[in-house]
Design a protein around this ligand. Sequence first.
Ligand SMILES: CNc1ncnc2c1ncn2[C@@H]1O[C@H](COP(=O)(O)O)[C@@H](O)[C@H]1O
Ligand SMILES: [Zn+2]
Length: 345
Amino acid sequence: MNNFCRNMPKIELHAHLNGSISQPTMLKLMRYYADSGIEDKSNAFINEFQIGAGDSRILSIIDCFQFVTIAQSLTRFPEALKLATLLTLQEFHEEGCIYIELRSTPRNTQYMTMKQYIETIIEAIRESSLQITLVSKYIISIDRRSAISEAEKIINLAIDSHKQHQDVVVGVELSGDPTVGKFSDFLPAFSRAREAGLKVTLHCGEICNVEEILEMIEFNPDRIGHGTCIHPDYGGTAETWSALCESKIPVEVCLTSNIKTKSSPDYSSHHFKKLYEANIPVIICTDDKGVFITSLSQEHQICADTFNLDESEMVKITLQACNFVFAEGLKDTLQKRINDVMCKN
Ligand SMILES: CNc1ncnc2c1ncn2[C@@H]1O[C@H](COP(=O)(O)O)[C@@H](O)[C@H]1O
Ligand SMILES: [Zn+2]
């Protein structure tokens, strides 16, 4: 199964750029700073990150953000952000990912505006498409810790960049600390994005919050992330679960992320089983492969091993994922690429 999952062409639909930065990429970014002669005050932190990434000190989702902050400090320059994006896409490509929707939160830093942040990622995606066969798209993230005015600004930028770069900017998403902020406050902004042709995915049910889960499902996003606390056995209610079952909104499942942030106690009791048995479409994703020291192949392998899925079931899940990509008109091409490789083996 190990080789099988590595060789199978895969689809990644839930990967946060700064959380996906691996240790080798971090070292290259540090080299970039050293070569550019930029004094890097975050070096001390970074050493800690490298020892600590993915270790037992990550006790909750909130702890995970501490680690991500260190990666974010390394991508505060446009050149470094571009390099981080290129290297991360290269890593996904090398392990057999053929299509990725990379997501990232635009930030104003001392060295670039949010607009430049978005443009830098678009530039990196365009450059990478000349070098590798991985098809890459950008989902613009809204952090739920941010003020509504900031979210509105990002949505405006997302709409503008979607108009200009429809082939790259495909959607918007809501992420960040699930204990902070309310989806209902961000709802008008997401409605505007949707009306402008952007697809929407929402981190949903990372913690128990019945009211918000129902609001999110009613909004009918194109996909949701995690969906942990929706089934009654996992902190949801009969109402949240039946809302999801009726809507059949696809769920981006991030197994290792949920285990390492203690949202799920262990792999075998992960809510994947409930979703799969209820025929809710699932997409196997990494979330933050840098922080959680995982890979897309590894997530597929863990899923197959834990839930006793054979090769044909894994191919089926991957082919099905193509139905839910945000880019228009790519489904058939992606499914053909998967079938071509899998039929040869
Ligand atoms: C573990 N579960 C999670 N739940 C919610 N949001 C998460 C997350 N993991 C990452 N993020 C979101 O992604 C940002 C980092 O990437 P970017 O700077 O945007 O590229 C984090 O700051 C957080 O907002
Ligand atoms: Zn996430």
